[in-house]
Design a protein around this ligand. Structure first.
Ligand SMILES: Nc1nc2c(c(=O)[nH]1)N[C@H]1C(S)=C(S)[C@@H](COP(=O)(O)OP(=O)(O)OC[C@H]3O[C@@H](n4cnc5c(=O)[nH]c(N)nc54)[C@H](O)[C@@H]3O)O[C@H]1N2
Ligand SMILES: Nc1nc2c(c(=O)[nH]1)N[C@H]1C(S)=C(S)[C@@H](COP(=O)(O)OP(=O)(O)OC[C@H]3O[C@@H](n4cnc5c(=O)[nH]c(N)nc54)[C@H](O)[C@@H]3O)O[C@H]1N2
Ligand code: SF4
Ligand SMILES: [Mo]
Length: 743
């Protein structure tokens, strides 16, 4: 391979905190190849190393046998989510493509679940087996007994299959374990989410930015990280609220090392200060919000003095932060965050963040949150029939009135175990590592044991994949098309994913897999709907029809990778660009009528969180800039960059326990679950009452030759979770661990 690992490591190390600059200011794949005059091709596509879906450009050369090889990946300068750069993970996508541990062929389980015994089969055999099982399950229990847990693009095509079978039982770890709480709460408050896929934060123009958790720089979403760096360069005052001195904290004007679980106290106190010192944007509040008087009354009790005790912060810092926000409002932002499933009362913390933004007038203001772009995408269904009515309503929202549009994984899991209100016997797992993504993995395991059929659509033989009855290997994003992507940032646009090289081994795109399975299930009409026909040419034809329906040139899109919709950008409020709030009152609801109707606190109230007992530390977790959850740990070059995680422990605590930096220890949680050995990182960069680790390590599948046994899995220690009663989000920072010295 022409691409050397040594060069990659050098390149990735330089760019871990940003990235390398693309060679050309504007991009055309054809023009670039022609200008070089060599044999290299450039293929604009979309990254799938994480869900930011940056525009990437693959450089493809022929090897000595004349075979196409991807030798370099760089950022597309036209695409607003990459802005000409890729993060280390994006550049490391080549490692995923050429990872020898990849799934290679369809497989059917021959041994007991979990013992790793499979036989390789043809696609036809795999489909026949799956269709036969599905038909038997549906005959006995109905279409609604088929379910799916999904993350990322593969699930889209299987959603169509499930809907055609009469099931809506589809759940996403990106909802209850991630950002669902935020989206549901902002819908309640503003009538809009604060993000489509990317958060609509105008970071590059912010004068003051508040980060509640939100560890930008470690949470390495490309354009957002670039804008964060721009903001730092512009002298933006960053207020970082984090029990840990994160990368973002190191760039901050003020680091507030808060006692974990007490953020709502701080936010409500800030609201109180901003109202009582009249620092809020009065005209904005009058024009666009409702419920101000009720809010003012409700937050009176949250004084700075009380807050300092509750949060373990200095009173002067609490007040200074609020005053600085008021001083620079409305060109400030309280970042709405992304992963918010923390303590089980998270909706009210997120409400307080949303309300603070409203008081400061940030929605639709430079440096605040920009408005959703204009530019509607025409409906495109390629003349498929409507879905049949499901016999039974989906179970996936449980009893959570504001569970939003997506399903709750833990509710589906519980239904699979109990069979209540009806049996769910088949589960498709599309691009999700359930045992690592969902809290209390023992319960996940129990649910899987209760299934008559588990189908995994994945690219890697993870522990979760290796529990399936049938494994359907998808090809990687560098080997496939997906449907056209709607991109909504400061403007609307369309992006493409197209194959840089042919699929290796006997792997296939998910749209093809779902389409073929549709046909085997006697649902050929639906195969047209979102999967197209099963050959590549027909799929490309379908994408062309989709581009035409959206009024963009297919040729331009294929050549440039991203095309913007003219006239779609109107990020700020002006006299003729007024925001619309799709709430009951038509305004931003500081007092939520919807929450009142359901007997929840219509204005957030502070609720204390259980604190660790003697000798115990709260377990908190986050991201590594060079890995995505558990999905990239085995990826050869990214694994070289970080092979294992460490547990961060405060220096004074380490001294107390007689522990040295990099010594191996084990963690044991409140339910006596013990981790494998993990290195301690002794540091002053974390409070004394918590320990921290990067999520995603500790793979147990022997088929992942590099990741197997590297580091420890935070999820294993997350045997408890606390569910947010409003949205059903699963708070996972409610576990405590003690540290056991290795002998
Ligand atoms: N490189 C990389 N980037 C990613 C991802 C990835 O896997 N890899 N995943 C992406 C996804 S899907 C998501 S959801 C995001 C997640 O990333 P974020 O949305 O930034 O996640 P948070 O949980 O807000 O932030 C983690 C930080 O919260 C701090 N923290 C822990 N407890 C508390 C507390 O009680 N109060 C406060 N104020 N802080 C606390 C931790 O110390 C840590 O620094 O990252 C995204 N970006
Ligand atoms: N304890 C703890 N739990 C968490 C989190 C945490 O920080 N700590 N984070 C939460 C958050 S914010 C989120 S968003 C979720 C993430 O949850 P998941 O999305 O389930 O996360 P991953 O572990 O990355 O699992 C991704 C799976 O997709 C596969 N995959 C990768 N690329 C492709 C592809 O192109 N096609 C197919 N078919 N499969 C592919 C990978 O091999 C892997 O098996 O986890 C949540 N759970
Ligand atoms: S942020 Fe990095 S990994 Fe995620 S899509 Fe962009 S380049 Fe790929
Ligand atoms: Mo997430």
């Amino acid at each position: 391979m022409a691409f050397s690992r040594r060069n990659f490591l050098k390149y990735a190390a330089i760019s871990a905190g940003g990235a390398a600059v693309a060679d050309t200011p504007l991009f055309s794949a054809r023009a670039r190849a022609a200008a070089e005059g060599g044999t290299a091709r450039y293929v604009p596509t979309s990254c799938e190393m994480c869900f930011w879906k940056c525009g990437a450009i693959a450089k493809v050369e022929k090897d000595k046998d004349g075979k196409d090889v991807v030798v370099k990946l760089e950022g597309n300068p036209l695409h607003p989510q990459s802005m000409g750069k890729l993060c280390a993970r994006g550049q490391g996508g080549i490692g995923q493509l050429y990872d020898p541990d990849r799934l290679k062929r369809p497989m059917i389980r021959t041994g007991k679940r979990g013992d790793g015994q499979y036989k390789e089969v043809s696609w036809d055999e795999a489909f026949d087996f799956t269709a036969k099982k599905l038909k038997a399950i549906i005959a006995e229990h109905g279409g609604h007994s088929v379910s799916m847990i999904s993350h990322g693009s593969p699930g889209d095509y299987f959603t169509n299959l499930l809907n055609a079978l009469g099931s809506g039982n589809i759940a996403f770890p990106s909802f209850a374990q991630c950002k669902g709480i935020r989206d549901a709460v902002w819908e309640l408050t503003y009538g809009h989410k604060p993000a489509t896929s990317c958060e609509r934060v105008d970071l590059r123009n912010s004068k003051v930015m508040v980060l509640i958790g939100t560890h930008l720089g470690e949470n390495m979403h490309n354009s957002q990280t670039q804008e964060f760096a721009e903001a730092v360069g512009n002298g933006c005052k960053i207020i970082c609220v984090d029990p840990r001195f994160s990368t973002a904290a190191s760039k901050s004007w003020l680091w507030l090392p808060i006692k974990p679980g007490t953020d709502t106290a701080l936010l409500l106190t800030w609201i109180n200060i901003i109202i009582s010192e009249e620092l809020y944007d009065k005209a904005y509040v009058d024009q666009y919000t409702s419920g101000f008087e009720q809010l003012k009354e409700a937050v009176k009790e949250y004084t700075p003095e009380w807050c300092a005790k509750e949060t373990d912060l200095h009173e002067a810092d609490i007040v200074a932060a609020a005053q600085e926000l008021g001083r620079y409002a409305p060109n400030v932002v309280v970042h709405p965050g992304r992963h918010l499933a923390w303590y089980g009362n998270d909706s009210q913390r997120v409400r307080a963040m949303a309300i603070l933004n409203a008081l400061l007038g940030t929605w639709g203001r430079p440096g605040g949150l920009y408005l959703p772009p204009k530019g509607k995408f025409a409906k495109f269904n390629d003349s498929a029939p409507d879905y049949p009515d499901a016999e039974e309503d989906p179970v996936i929202k449980g009893d959570y009135p504001f569970a939003g549009g997506e399903g709750l994984t833990q509710v589906l899991r519980e239904t699979i175990i109990t069979g209540e209100p009806y049996p769910v016997k088949a589960l498709f797992v599309c691009g999700s590592d359930l045992l690592r993504a969902l809290p209390a993995p023992d319960i996940t395991r129990k649910a899987i044991d209760n299934l008559d059929l588990m189908v995994a659509v994945d690219i890697m033989p993870s522990e979760t994949t290796m529990l399936a009855d049938v494994i359907l290997p998808e090809c990687t994003y560098l080997e496939r098309h997906d449907g056209l992507f709607k991109i909504e940032t400061r403007e609307s646009g369309v992006a493409i994913r197209q194959p840089a090289v042919e699929p290796m081994y006997d792997t296939k795109p998910a749209w093809w897999i779902a389409s073929e399975l549709c046909k085997k299930m006697g649902l050929a009409d639906y195969a047209v709907k979102s999967q197209g026909s099963s050959d590549m040419k027909a799929w490309e034809e379908r994408m062309k029809r989709q581009a035409a329906a959206w009024g963009i040139s297919w040729e331009e899109l294929a050549d440039k990778g991203y095309v913007s919709i003219p006239g779609s950008s109107a990020p700020y409020i002006t006299a003729d660009n007024q925001p619309s709030f799709k709430t009951y009152s038509g305004k931003i609801e500081l007092y939520s009528t919807d929450l009142a109707d359901y007997h929840f606190d219509p204005v957030p109230k502070y609720e204390p969180t259980e604190q660790p007992g003697e000798g115990m530390y709260r377990l908190i977790y986050g991201r590594s800039p060079v890995h995505t959850f558990s999905r990239t740990i085995n990826s050869p070059w990214l694994w070289e960059l970080q092979k294992e995680n460490q547990v961060w422990l405060n220096k004074k605590e380490a001294e107390r326990l007689g522990l040295k930096d990099r010594q191996y220890v084990r963690l044991e949680n409140q339910d006596q679950v013990k981790s494998g050995p993990v290195q301690v990182k002794v540091t002053e960069r974390i409070r004394r009452d918590c320990v921290y680790m990067v999520h995603g390590f500790g793979h147990k599948s022997p088929s992942l030759s590099k990741a197997h046994g590297s580091g420890v899995d935070d999820q294993l220690l997350i045997t408890r979770y606390k569910v947010d009663p409003i949205t059903g989000g699963t708070g996972m920072r409610v576990n405590f661990v003690k540290i056991i010295k290795e002998v």
